[in-house]
Design a protein. Sequence first.
Length: 305
Amino acid sequence: MLSTTKRVIKTLPNFAKAPKKPSTSTYFDDTDFGSADFSKDFGSAKSIFSLLLAMCLALFGLSSCSEESGANTNSIDSIKKRGVLIVGVKDDVPHLGLLNHKNEKIEGYEIDISKALAKEILGDENKLKLVTVNYKSRQPLLENGSVDLVIATFSITQEREKLLHFSKPYYVDSVGLLVLKEKGYKSLADMEGARIGVAQSSTTREVITTAAKNAGIEVKFSEFPEFPDIKVALASDKIDAFSVDKSILLGYVDSKSEILPDSFEPQKYGIASKKSNTSLANFVDEFVENNGELLENLTKKWNLK
């Protein structure tokens, strides 16, 4: 039985290569077939043709079965048969999903949602495997079947919905700015020419670019792979502000920093699943819709505003 507390670092699986089909190219030379007697070889040719046809059908059947099997790897029935729910989560977001170095467990609001789903599907919240993801890896790991779901501050956007299925929002946030108090910034409007630190592959850069344009200023950006890296850059004065969703910024505030009052563009977090995995997607939709009270209680538990 797998524990929720075990941190798992997942890599993309290696898929077996399909056997290379032999070449069946046919060519004709200048041989004169006018006087040839085909009757003697007709039976043999017919047998060879039948054999080749059978082989092609067999290969097609195997390919179809393989594709069908792969498509169902993350279905509700497959998860129940496997006996464990695999969820991609963050481990660097205080209150939502953060690795506790004292006990080596990932803890937070999104982890508790993952546990609740495992209990709903498998009857036991401990039948859960957590896979650490970041902004770049979460979609590929979901699409290749390495994880069943992603619950990792995954904002719902029109572009993402073309590729993945998202549940109704389980939390709604907004983008904010964390700055050093000594800088004296009161709002984004004060930050002409400032350098903003954002996470790679996040929607934050686009949001702040639009907000800066609306405020009549220009800003620059530096991208970082992880949130702690952005906080270090802020503390060492390499950037002027750390920008991401406010619930995430709350975990990085200290005595020398503060979150500005500005809020930009609502960020709706959804539970993501493969577009083709309709059984799991429908189940998750119902779970979110029917567990409003649970989600509200978890929001209070983890001090999310």
